[in-house]
Design a protein around this ligand. Structure first.
Ligand code: A2P
Length: 306
């Protein structure tokens, strides 16, 4: 898809980007990014916690595609909320890049960095009872945002945004006295079983572009078993994933399908125009079956998405 959207910074972003969560083993992240750039993708999404920034950055540098043609996103891990500038520097070092196009707060949740071992900021601190060591009383993610909004001035990221934010989380950020910058995007789970209609409307009314992660339902792509989607794919002679990805793009936000298979990566980039009736059929899936979140985070005692 050559469809693009505009961020509230004025920057242009490709509607279809490559997702790289769980593309980590062997050289999966590297090969996936090389395949994607060959297939015409110009938008790659990674994160510090994915553990593949090294592979992803190397592929970008090896690809022969000029850096300025590629939109690169990475994300601040929750143990570095006290110092996002350091988190960004660490990511750039692993990526082997001078700047990213977009830097996101991965979660509105701060994990206690005191329990980090051997300087590994990517660990997920656990308390002896198995719960996450979440800093609820001592650090507020609004402070993290206030630090992040200064980062574009350094030139190390062109824009900043958030991920996994509810409307309430965003209202808290936007109404804080120290807030100067409206997040460019909010990256959340979206697919036909979790269409996020209210969040979509609210974010877009504020100039915050949504980005869909796990757009096929994540591991094993459970969304692709929906009969409505399979039938539409047969009718158009395309893969079921292409129907879902086209539905996302047509709703007006970024979609980040993940694959480590070149032929799927190629197919996922080829969107088609769905009719209003076809869009309605897909919209009806969650109305009939009920909505379902597939990626279940556990941040006890913090409850996300409220
Ligand atoms: P794989 O990486 O082995 O190709 P999501 O984008 O929702 O996170 O979905 C990722 C899942 O969907 C992965 O299991 C991925 O498997 C699979 N997937 C990606 N593209 C396709 C496709 N075109 N057809 C079938 N499965 C796909």
């Amino acid at each position: 898809s050559t469809t693009t959207f505009k961020l509230n910074t004025g920057a242009t972003i490709s509607a279809v980007g490559l997702g790289t969560w769980q593309s980590t083993n062997e050289n999966e992240g590297y090969e996936a990014v090389i395949a994607a750039l060959k297939a015409g993708y110009r938008h790659i999404d990674t994160a510090a916690i994915y553990g593949n920034e090294g592979q992803v950055g190397k592929a970008i540098n090896d690809s022969g595609v000029p850096r300025e043609e590629i939109f690169v996103t990475t994300k601040l891990w929750s143990t570095q909320h006290h110092d996002p500038a350091a988190g960004l520097n660490d990511s750039l070092k692993r990526l082997g890049l001078d700047y990213v196009d977009l830097y996101l707060m991965h979660w509105p949740v701060t994990l206690n960095p005191r329990s980090i071992k051997d300087g590994n900021f990517l660990s997920i601190p656990l308390l002896p009872d198995g719960k996450r060591d979440v800093e609820i009383d001592t650090w507020d993610y609004v402070k993290t945002w206030e630090l992040m909004q200064e980062l574009p001035k350094t030139g190390k990221t062109r824009a900043v945004g958030v991920s996994n934010f509810s409307i309430n989380n965003l209202k808290k950020v936007l109404s804080s006295p120290g807030n100067k910058v409206v997040p460019a995007v909010n990256q959340v789970e979206i697919h036909p079983l979790l269409p996020q209609e209210e969040l979509l409307e609210w974010c877009h009314s504020k100039g915050i572009l949504l980005e869909a992660y796990s757009p096929l339902g994540s591991t094993n792509a459970p969304i692709l078993t929906e009969p409505v989607l399979i039938n539409l794919a047969k009718k158009h002679g395309v893969q079921t994933a292409q129907i879902v990805i086209s539905w996302h793009v047509q709703r007006g936000y970024i979609v980040l399908p993940k694959s480590v298979h070149a032929e799927r990566i190629q197919a996922n980039f080829k969107t088609l125009k769905l009719s209003d009736e076809e869009m309605r059929e897909i919209n009806n899936i969650s109305k009939e079956k009920g909505e379902r979140r597939i990626v279940q985070p556990h941040w006890e005692p913090f409850v996300p998405f409220v």
